[in-house]
Design a protein around this ligand. Structure first.
Ligand SMILES: [Zn+2]
Length: 345
């Protein structure tokens, strides 16, 4: 299996996250990616490839070009105002307000975001762009029929068509699904196993039937992103039925969570898809500091095995996972289980 990494992720290194009424050291840290790189390398399951540059075009296929311009220029605009801290939104267009883009940076931050935990700092755009190119480089391998892993940081699945949040700026999985479509695939499946609902991915494909979205996550009535991810969200228009959510409550172990995983895989096996993208978050881990499922490191081997049942060229893209000392082993175990199951076929 091929894997792609870019040290440019280090450029995203903010010092603040709004959490519990305080500015804390961000959970989404550069060390996360380094632990994954080390563990996946030690497991000897991948050959590392350097990233290629596919430019902005594949990104603006799924994101509003004005939003991308905002991301690229936000830090400069914020600094121009002389504000002392990192860029954090503090006001949003709520119900019955106008959905228009303000001219000042505080207004723009609110318009182009949905949450305030994610500070924008210098280098954020550069790292987000690099992360999307890591994903696309891995996607190009998968286009050739092999499976691959993109070690993406920052993650992507909370980024919607025109807003960021939840540590995500560019939706790497969505960019790659569209890339597969543009390269000739008729139908692509995205399976999101991160602890949190992949609201951005759902948003981008909600009315389409060529990219189906399957997500298992913590009950949004209890946990981020709160306003999306319910099981009655099944797609709309042409996309009616092409979106599926499975929600679970606090303390959910693998034995329970795997029912949703198996059901998703059954739908994927029967769905006539050309390729599969896995939004690979391991914040489902029992000791994750911001989540409430109880998967163990051993369980991730089985997760990889079950995913292999789809027998599709599969693109794994890193999403969340914040128990940094275990994130590497857990990601490596998914890839190991997947690879082993393919070998046994
Ligand atoms: Zn997550």
């Amino acid at each position: 299996m091929k894997a792609v990494y870019d040290q440019a992720h280090w450029q995203r290194h903010p010092s603040t996250e709004l959490d519990g009424g305080q500015l804390v050291t961000p959970y989404e840290s550069p060390q996360r990616a380094e632990y994954v790189k080390t563990s996946v390398t030690e497991a000897a399951i991948v050959d590392w490839l350097p990233p290629k540059d596919f430019g902005l075009a594949p990104i603006t296929r799924v994101h509003d070009p004005d939003y991308i311009d905002f991301l690229a220029s936000c830090w400069q605009q914020w600094q121009d105002t002389g504000k002392p801290g990192e860029a954090i939104p503090a006001v949003w267009p709520a119900r019955r307000m106008q959905q228009v883009v303000p001219q000042d940076i505080d207004g723009k931050l609110g318009y182009y975001s949905f949450a305030a935990e994610t500070s924008i700092s210098g280098g954020t755009w550069e790292a987000a762009y690099a992360s999307s190119q890591v994903a696309l480089t891995a996607a190009e391998v998968v286009l050739g029929g092999e499976s691959a892993f993109g070690l993406c940081r920052p993650p992507g699945h909370h980024a919607a068509y025109d807003y960021y949040g939840g540590y995500c700026f560019i939706n790497n999985a969505a960019v790659c699904a569209q890339y597969f479509r543009d390269k000739g695939d008729a139908k692509v499946a995205i399976l999101d196993i991160d602890f949190h609902h992949g609201n951005g991915t759902q948003d981008i494909f909600y009315q389409r039937d060529d990219v189906h979205f399957f997500s298992l996550h913590g009950d949004p009535a209890l946990v981020f992103p709160h306003f999306t991810g319910y099981e009655n969200e099944r797609g709309a228009g042409a996309g009616e039925g092409a979106n599926r959510n499975w929600v679970y409550g606090p303390g959910t172990p693998f034995s329970q969570w795997q029912h949703g995983l198996s059901e998703a895989l059954r739908l994927i096996e029967q769905g006539g898809f050309d390729r599969l993208i896995i939004s690979l978050g391991v914040d489902t881990f029992e000791h994750d500091p911001i989540s409430f499922f109880k998967l163990t490191s051993e369980d991730y081997l089985k997760v990889g095995e079950v995913i292999a049942q789809a027998s599709l060229p599969t693109l794994f893209l890193l999403e969340g996972g914040y128990a940094v000392d275990a994130i590497g082993v857990n990601v490596a175990n998914v890839l190991k289980g997947f690879k082993q199951a393919l070998k046994n076929e």
